[in-house]
Structure formats: structure tokens, C-alpha cells
Design a protein around this ligand. Structure first.
Ligand SMILES: Cc1cc2nc3c(=O)[nH]c(=O)nc-3n(C[C@H](O)[C@H](O)[C@H](O)COP(=O)(O)OP(=O)(O)OC[C@H]3O[C@@H](n4cnc5c(N)ncnc54)[C@H](O)[C@@H]3O)c2cc1C
Ligand code: FES
Length: 258
């Protein structure tokens, strides 16, 4: 484990913050780290920044994530990783679909795809305009950004998947990447398979070890921490649990919840 010093903490939206820290390791887009909050917990987080500094972008939902929101420069945290399999960005026209804080897992992929001179379109969804994540960041990189909100406060009024369906027929992407709530990912995987477009989704499951040992993140025959968190549409089609249920901290099958 690396002990990393926090360098910056800033608001992205009214309920999401980015925490940057000294951590000069390389990572592939879509990989994650296990973040240890001393005295609280260790939880998985996608890397939203990598290079000279690392960064995570955190929705505050419970003890560990709210403790992350309280971090200040010079505080220290533990970082294990990077772990897992990220996005395979072959293709010329990429459609990146992010729901809520899920856009965090897409950030390094959008950066790499734009740097690789691909045509990148982003469809970002949130409950309301103030919760849209990385709209300015992705547009600033040169991606074409479209948004959807559940309450109609900005962009398409409705699900981001409805917006994505329009963008698929208009732009004809040859790669779709996505992260967000699992019902959204199921809809994305289904529409990609139907349209015959390569698709990769980043999944979330309860994680303890992060390295394929404990089995808590098992999904079908896959461990999400080691075989994923990014899976192809074909792999997702093999997972009975995908879009239906997950395991809780003690391994019981439960519904998807949020
Ligand atoms: C690969 C991966 C990448 C993730 N990337 C991000 C990210 O970039 N930004 C972000 O805001 N969130 C991300 N998450 C979700 C994040 O790990 C949980 O929100 C966090 O663990 C909640 O912890 P808590 O103590 O604040 O909340 P709690 O109250 O303990 O839990 C709230 C909910 O968070 C989930 N959760 C709790 N502990 C874990 C755990 N050890 N592993 C997985 N899920 C857990 C459960 O669904 C739980 O019901 C990611 C999860 C995974 C698996
Ligand atoms: S978290 Fe232990 S096997 Fe994946």
C-alpha cells in the first residue's frame, strides 16, 4: 500500500468532490484503487486522474465517502492498486455514457480517446443539472457533450439511455463505453448488442480484497475486481446477476438498490 498525501479537494457538483493526492503511478483508463481511510474503512474508487498526481471523484453516500469529502490538503490516505482491467479503446468513434458519479470511471478513457484523435461523444445523465459530472472537463478536452436530466432542468428530459439511443443512430459509433447505475448499464449493453456495436461497461460490486482472493465481488463466473471492473457486452450477457442482483457485505444475494 502507498501512503499518499492529499494535495487538493474540490467540489465537482453539489454532492461530488474530487480528491487529488501525490501518487506518481501509471494506470489504464477504467482501473480502480482501494482507498484506505484510516480509522474508517477501505473502499474501491475509480481513478479519475492519473499521472504526476492521482485523483478520485467521490459521491458522498456513507461513512467512508463522507470522510473523503472532509479530507484536506496534507492529510494522508492509503492507496492500493491500480487494479483490474480497464477500457480497450480500439475504434474511431467513441460514445461514452455516464450516469451520475459513473462519469468518474470514464474520465481517463475520454482523455485517452481524445488524445488518440478519436471522435468522442459523451452522453451524461443526472437527476438534476447541478449533479451533472465532468461536463466542462469533457467539453474542454474536445469531446462533444450532450446531457440528460431526470427533472428536465437541462438537456434531454429523461433517461440518459434515451439520449444515447438518439446519438447512436445519429453518430454511428463503433465503440460504446459506459459507467453508472446498473439498470442503465443493462439498457446500454442491450442496445449496443442489438445495434451490433462493441460495448464495454464498468461494473460495481462489493469489494474487500480488490485482487481476486475473497470472492465478495463474484458476478457469474467472473470476479469484478480482477476480471473487470470493465466487461464487454458479450461477457455481460453471460452474467445471470447483471442488471438483477448483487451481493451484500456478507455475501447474500440482494437487489440492486441504488
Ligand atoms: C470498481 C469500483 C469503482 C468505484 N468507483 C467509484 C467512484 O469513482 N466514485 C464513487 O463515488 N464511488 C465509486 N464506487 C462506489 C464506492 O466504492 C462506494 O460508494 C463506497 O464504497 C461507499 O462506502 P461508504 O462507507 O461511504 O458507504 P456505505 O454506507 O458503507 O455503503 C453505501 C453503499 O456503497 C456500496 N459499498 C459500500 N462499501 C463498498 C465496498 N467495499 N465495495 C463496493 N461497494 C461498496 C454498497 O452498495 C453500499 O450499499 C466504486 C465501486 C467499485 C466497486
Ligand atoms: S474483492 Fe475480493 S475477489 Fe474481488
Amino acid at each position: 500500500m502507498d501512503i499518499a498525501t492529499v494535495t487538493d479537494v474540490f467540489d465537482e457538483t453539489n454532492n461530488i468532490k474530487t480528491i487529488k493526492f501525490k501518487w506518481p503511478r501509471k494506470a489504464e483508463p477504467g482501473q480502480f484503487v482501494m482507498v484506505w481511510m484510516p480509522g474508517v474503512d477501505e473502499v474501491p474508487m475509480s481513478l479519475s486522474h492519473a499521472g504526476k498526481e492521482g485523483g478520485i471523484t467521490v459521491l458522498g453516500v456513507g461513512e467512508a465517502t463522507l470522510a473523503m469529502h472532509d479530507l484536506r490538503p496534507d492529510d494522508v490516505i492509503g492507496i492500493r492498486g491500480p487494479y483490474g482491467r480497464g477500457f480497450d479503446l480500439r475504434g474511431r468513434k467513441v460514445l461514452a455514457i455516464g450516469g451520475g458519479s459513473g462519469a468518474a470511471a470514464l474520465a481517463l478513457a475520454v482523455e485517452k480517446a481524445v488524445a488518440g484523435k478519436k471522435q468522442v461523444t459523451c452522453a451524461l445523465g443526472a437527476r438534476t443539472a447541478g449533479e451533472l459530472l465532468f461536463r466542462a472537463r469533457f467539453a474542454g478536452l474536445g469531446a462533444q457533450v450532450h446531457v440528460a436530466t431526470d427533472d428536465g432542468s437541462e438537456g434531454h428530459h429523461g433517461f440518459v439511455t434515451e439520449l444515447a439511443a438518439k446519438l447512436i443512430s445519429r453518430n454511428e459509433p463503433d465503440l460504446i463505453i459506459a459507467c453508472g447505475p446498473e439498470p442503465m448499464l443493462k439498457a446500454v449493453a442491450d442496445m449496443s448488442l442489438k445495434a451490433g456495436i462493441r460495448c464495454q461497461c464498468s461494473l460495481e460490486r462489493y469489494m474487500k480484497c480488490g485482487i481476486g482472493l475473497c470472492g465478495s465481488c463474484q458476478c457469474g463466473k467472473f470476479t469484478v475486481c480482477r476480471d473487470g471492473p470493465v466487461f464487454t457486452g458479450e461477457e455481460l450477457a453471460l452474467m445471470d446477476d447483471f442488471g438483477k442482483r448483487k451481493r451484500d457485505p456478507v455475501g447474500r444475494n440482494v437487489g440492486l438498490g441504488r
